[in-house]
Write a protein that binds this ligand. Structure first.
Ligand code: ZN
Length: 660
């Protein structure tokens, strides 16, 4: 473990204790082997002024919801030191009362709630206190001889604290253990199965001690652990099996999830271990991971015809039993779905309602499988007993968070594909799907789509819809990235130059059929196998008012769109038994698209002898129809509102007398 301390960067903090606290907290946060995703916490003792101008001794403690890697000064909660020390003296203190009392002792009521380890920080009599969940240290303590090994590595000057549930109980235990001891003889504390504390009166010394202690543990592990197995051959891709796994896991939790399949050498190597089903189900690296990963992984059937549903059923049954074995009265049963899976010899699959949630699970999984393999060479991987892990998973503070969280947006965890997504109605649909919590693969022939859609929740794919193989690959790309497919908003289309039937050039006719009709059938051929495995799967077809009310000069367009509408009606019949809904939208007079430049609009308005405003609102409702209106309806059709509707045709046109 290298120190990242830099004198020049530190000098920029001046002698402001909080600025230095922010600086070294970020140094700790930059090293994932020390802290992962909001793990670990830090503090500094200094003075602060309350709203009346009175000065107090204050502990700035990392606030909950902040990550050490990115923390800023407002991420630290200023809590009165005397109040925290008084709390340490209490015999009993419920954790929710502790949180309330700590909030009441803050100098700034708008600061975030301090870490649950605030009292522990207060009782350590040094200005800077650093706390991490370093991989190497927790790995060593997760072995049968772990405690002895820690004493052998560190000797007398590092105090060892047996595992106690974080929160008031831990603060109290450490206080009882240390109040009579001489802190001058202590270089740090190891909390078994939990992490490390270091401290000093200056920021650099506390940080450097952390690096020093963790380095010793890393050297100990490196001298003993075998290198993890390498796999020379990566498994072949099976995206339908991946989508089936995703569906079984989501169904167990009662909500759509994304699935991230890791096929890197470390994940595949772990998944191919003969004893993997035992190793992956003994428990987490540290108990706080249970909130993100559950206590155990799902172990799938690795055979080619393995049934994910059965494996998930078994997982849910054993989760239920674990709950019943450990639960006390009044606990809210959490969703029993696994958060990650071992797919024997194929890697691992991590689940989450958003790409970020899945990635956090994947990061923790990467560190966990490394820790497991290191400890197997040091006497065996032994996680904490399940009752300790359960206590953290069903902690009163976590249950309270659950009660506070509202319903997620309607399309959370849904995976969508939108064609013609670079502009107009297609782009509006893609953005609306994301706003409602979904992730979107956007296809367009315009190369700008790649940059336009590039984000966590978006993937832009340049693709000519008349190229069958390119389109099939685009569908696979979306499934590979997110784990499946639930929604297709099929919007792509092109309006050929107006011409009476006898004058339509054959190439223009053929092109309209290719883009406006045939490409859709080809796309669905690639999508349907995945839609059958989707969550409340839905296809929304953007057709045209030209279907119910054709106009002269637009035969090539109207005929293709009428064919597309008929294709969708047949699809509704064919796919209904599989639960796939297919509905049709007929937009008209949508003028905020690339097709309608101000010049074209003015020319059309002049042709009819009306103003542009009047031209845009020439419908029954006298209202302007925007791309966003079409997107709103398309997303409603893709969501729960239309869950009982298929084969329907709905107009978004402000009302058309020819159709009505
Ligand atoms: Zn901790």
């Amino acid at each position: 473990m290298q120190s990242l301390w830099n004198d020049r960067e530190a000098a920029a903090c001046g002698d402001d204790p909080l600025a230095l606290r922010v600086y070294t907290s970020r140094l700790l946060g930059r090293e994932p082997d020390l802290v992962l995703h909001s793990g670990g916490n830090t503090s500094v003792k200094t003075t602060g002024t309350d709203l009346f101008g009175n000065t107090h001794r204050v502990v700035y403690v990392k606030g909950s919801g902040w990550d050490l890697e990115t923390i800023e000064a407002p991420g630290f909660a200023p809590v009165r030191l005397d109040a925290l020390l008084a709390m340490a003296e209490l015999e009993q203190f419920d954790d929710s009362d502790m949180v309330r009392a700590q909030r009441a002792a803050m100098l700034d009521p708008n600061a975030p709630s301090p870490s649950v380890e605030a009292i522990l920080h207060a009782t350590i009599p040094f200005d800077y206190v650093d706390h991490t969940h370093a991989d190497a240290v927790v790995s060593i303590t997760n072995t049968p001889g772990g405690e002895d090994a820690i004493r052998e590595i560190y000797g007398e000057r590092v105090w060892v604290v047996p595992y106690v549930m974080p929160g008031f109980a831990l603060a109290q235990a450490v206080y009882a253990m240390t109040r009579e001891r001489d802190w001058a003889e202590c270089d740090g504390m190891i909390l078994l199965n939990h992490g490390v504390f270091t401290f000093a009166d200056d920021a650099k010394a506390a940080y450097e001690k952390m690096i020093e202690l963790v380095s010793k543990a890393e050297e100990y592990v490196a001298a003993r652990a075998d290198p993890p197995p390498k796999c020379s051959e990566l498994p072949s891709e099976d995206l339908e099996a991946l989508a089936a796994i995703r569906r079984s896991v989501g169904a167990a939790g009662g909500e759509a999830v994304l699935a991230q399949w890791d096929r890197d050498p470390a994940s595949v190597g772990f998944s191919a271990l003969p004893e993997v089903s035992d190793l992956a189900t003994r428990g987490p690296l540290t108990p706080d991971h249970v909130i993100r990963t559950k206590r155990t992984a799902l172990v799938l059937d690795g055979r080619p015809d393995g049934d994910p549903e059965r494996a998930v059923e078994q997982y849910v049954t054993s989760y239920r039993e674990y709950f019943e074995r450990n639960a006390t009265e009044g606990l809210t049963y959490l969703d029993p779905a696994p958060r990650w899976a071992v797919w024997p010899a194929r890697g691992t699959v991590c689940f989450g309602r958003s790409p970020k949630e899945a990635r956090v699970v994947a990061d923790i999984k990467d560190h966990t499988i490394r820790g497991i393999q290191a400890t197997e060479a040091m006497g065996g991987w032994r996680a904490l007993p399940e009752k300790d892990v359960f206590e953290v998973e069903y902690w009163v503070l976590e249950q309270a968070k659950l009660a506070r969280s509202g319903a997620p947006p309607a399309l959370t965890g849904k995976i969508a594909l939108v064609t013609g997504a670079a502009s107009g109605i297609g782009l509006a649909c893609a953005l609306e799907l994301q706003r409602l919590g979904g992730v979107v693969g956007g296809l367009d022939v315009n190369p700008e789509i790649v940059e336009l859609m590039d984000s966590d929740a978006g993937l832009g794919i340049e693709c000519d819809v008349t190229d069958d193989e390119a389109m099939a690959e685009a569908v696979r790309t979306v499934v590979r990235r997110y784990g499946g497919l639930d929604v297709v908003i099929d919007n792509v289309g092109a309006f050929p130059a107006s011409a009476p039937i006898e004058e339509i050039p054959p190439a223009a006719w053929d092109q309209s059929m290719a883009v406006n009709l045939t490409s859709h059938q080809r796309l669905w051929q690639s999508c349907i196998p995945f839609l059958r495995l989707g969550f409340d799967p839905a296809v929304v077809v953007i057709a045209s008012k030209n279907v119910p009310a054709p106009g002269p000069g637009a035969a090539a367009y109207s005929v293709a769109k009428a064919g597309l509408t008929q294709l969708a009606r047949v699809a509704a019949l064919e796919l209904g038994a599989a639960g796939v809904r297919v509905n049709i939208l007929h937009p008209d007079k949508v003028y905020d698209t690339g097709l309608w430049t101000p010049e074209v609009l003015e020319a059309r308005a002049a042709h009819y002898g009306v103003s542009v405003e009047e031209y845009k609102t020439r419908n029954v409702l006298r209202t302007e129809v925007r791309s966003q209106d079409v997107a709103d309806l398309a997303c409603a059709m893709a969501g729960p509102l239309f869950s009982k509707t298929t084969g329907a045709q709905v107009a978004v046109d402000g009302g058309d007398i020819r159709v009505i």
